[in-house]
Design a protein around this ligand. Structure first.
Ligand SMILES: CC(C)(COP(=O)(O)OP(=O)(O)OC[C@H]1O[C@@H](n2cnc3c(N)ncnc32)[C@H](O)[C@@H]1OP(=O)(O)O)[C@@H](O)C(=O)NCCC(=O)NCCS
Length: 324
C-alpha cells in the first residue's frame, strides 16, 4: 500500500494587514473598547490579514494552490483529487473545491469541500491520505482557506479581534517512501454551542444568527484537553514514541493554548511552529499556512517527523503525523 507524501506547500495571505492598534482605533469609533495590550496578553495576536470586500475564499485558495504546485514541481493536470476545508465557502453550492479546480484549469478527478471549522485542514488531509492509500487518487491538492472576516460580528470585541483571512495548501503524492504515518479525527457534537455560526439561507433569507459566537473559556479548556489526548493517541496508533517528533504544528488560535499544549505534551518551545502573532486565527487555513512558513524558512526539512493538529467548532479535533 503506498504512502501519501507531502511534496509541496504554499500559502497566500491577502495583502491588507490590520494591526491591533489599527483595529482598536476602528472599534473605538463605535464605542467598542479594546487595546493592543489586551489582545497580545490574552492571545499573542499582533496583527491579522483581512481580505478586501468581494475577495472570496476560492480566490485565496487558488493562489495558495498555485504556490504549492510550483513548490512541488507538479503540473495542475496531474492533480486527481482536490479537497478544500472551509467554513466560509463562496457559495451554498457548487463547492469551493470545484471553483478551485476550474480556476486551476483542471478537468476530472474528485473535488469536494470538508466542513470541520478550525479542524478542517487535518480532516481534509486525513481524508486525502485515505484516498491515496486506497489507490483512489495519486496526486491530491489539500487546501484550508477562509474569509473568516465575513462571518465576524465586528461589534463583538470578544471574537472579532481573534481571526484573520488566508489560505494554505499542500500537494500529496502516492509514494513508496514514508509520508503520512497516522491520523486521528474526533468530534463531540454535543458541544456545538460553545463555538458556532448558527445561521443558514432559507427561502432567500438569512435564518438564525450568521455570525460566529463563542464561549472562549469553554473552548480554551476543551482545546487543551482534546489536543493533548489526540497527540498521544495518534502516536500510539502509529507505533511512534512521542519523543521522536521534530515539529509540532498546532492550530493557531491563541498562543496561550499553544503554550499550555506544549507544556502538557513536554514539547520544548523551539519545536513548536507559531504564526498566530502575525496571522491571527485563520481557521482551516492556519495549519497549512504555519507548515508552509516553517518549510520555507528552513525549519521543517525533508525527513522530519511533524505532528499537525486542528481543533474547533463542532466540536472537532484531530491530529496528522507525517514524515516530510
Ligand atoms: C477569547 C479569550 C481570549 C478571552 O480571554 P479570557 O481571559 O477568557 O477573557 P474573558 O472572556 O474572561 O474576559 C475577560 C474580560 O475581558 C473583556 N474582553 C473581552 N474581549 C476583549 C477585548 N477584545 N478587549 C478588551 N477586553 C475584552 C471581557 O468583557 C471581560 O471583561 P469583564 O471582566 O469586565 O467582564 C480566551 O478565552 C480564548 O482565547 N479562548 C479560546 C478562543 C479560541 O481560541 N477560539 C478559537 C478556537 S478554534
Amino acid at each position: 500500500m503506498p504512502y501519501a507524501k507531502i511534496i509541496g506547500s504554499g500559502g497566500y495571505l491577502p495583502p491588507r494587514v490590520v494591526s491591533n492598534d489599527e483595529l482598536a482605533a476602528e472599534l473605538a469609533t463605535r464605542q467598542i473598547e479594546t487595546s493592543d495590550t489586551w489582545i497580545v496578553e490574552r492571545t499573542g495576536i499582533r496583527q491579522r490579514h483581512i481580505a478586501d470586500p468581494g475577495v472570496s475564499t476560492s480566490q485565496l485558495a487558488i493562489e495558495a494552490s498555485r504556490r504549492a504546485l510550483e513548490d512541488a514541481g507538479v503540473a495542475a493536470s496531474d492533480v486527481d483529487l482536490i479537497i478544500v476545508a472551509t467554513s466560509t465557502p463562496d457559495f451554498v453550492f457548487p463547492s469551493t473545491a470545484c471553483l478551485v479546480q476550474a480556476g486551476l484549469g483542471i478537468k476530472g478527478g474528485a473535488a469536494f469541500d470538508v466542513q470541520a471549522v478550525c479542524s478542517g485542514f487535518v480532516y481534509a488531509l486525513a481524508t486525502a491520505d485515505a484516498f491515496v492509500q486506497a489507490g483512489r487518487a495519486q496526486c491530491a491538492l489539500v487546501i484550508g482557506a477562509e474569509v473568516f472576516s465575513s462571518i465576524l460580528d465586528w461589534n463583538d470585541r470578544s471574537t472579532c479581534v481573534l481571526f484573520g483571512d488566508g489560505a494554505g495548501a499542500v500537494v500529496l503524492r502516492a509514494s513508496q517512501e514514508p509520508g503520512i504515518l497516522g491520523a486521528r479525527l474526533d468530534a463531540d457534537g454535543s458541544q456545538m454551542k460553545i463555538l458556532c455560526a448558527a445561521g443558514n439561507v432559507s427561502h432567500g433569507e438569512v435564518v438564525g444568527d450568521p455570525f460566529l459566537r463563542m464561549d472562549g473559556q469553554a473552548v480554551f479548556k476543551l482545546a487543551v484537553t482534546s489536543l493533548t489526548q489526540s497527540a498521544h493517541q495518534v502516536c500510539e496508533e502509529a507505533g511512534i514514541s512521542f519523543e521522536r517528533i521534530d515539529w509540532l504544528v498546532p492550530h493557531q488560535a491563541n498562543v496561550r493554548i499553544i503554550n499550555f499544549l506544549g507544556r502538557r505534551l513536554g514539547v520544548s518551545d523551539d519545536k513548536v511552529v507559531i504564526t498566530v502573532d502575525k496571522h491571527a486565527n485563520t481557521s482551516a487555513a492556519s495549519v497549512p499556512l504555519a507548515l508552509d512558513v516553517a518549510r520555507r524558512d528552513g525549519r521543517i526539512r525533508q525527513g522530519d517527523l511533524v505532528l499537525m493538529q486542528g481543533v474547533g467548532g463542532g466540536f472537532t479535533w484531530g491530529s496528522v503525523l507525517a514524515r516530510m
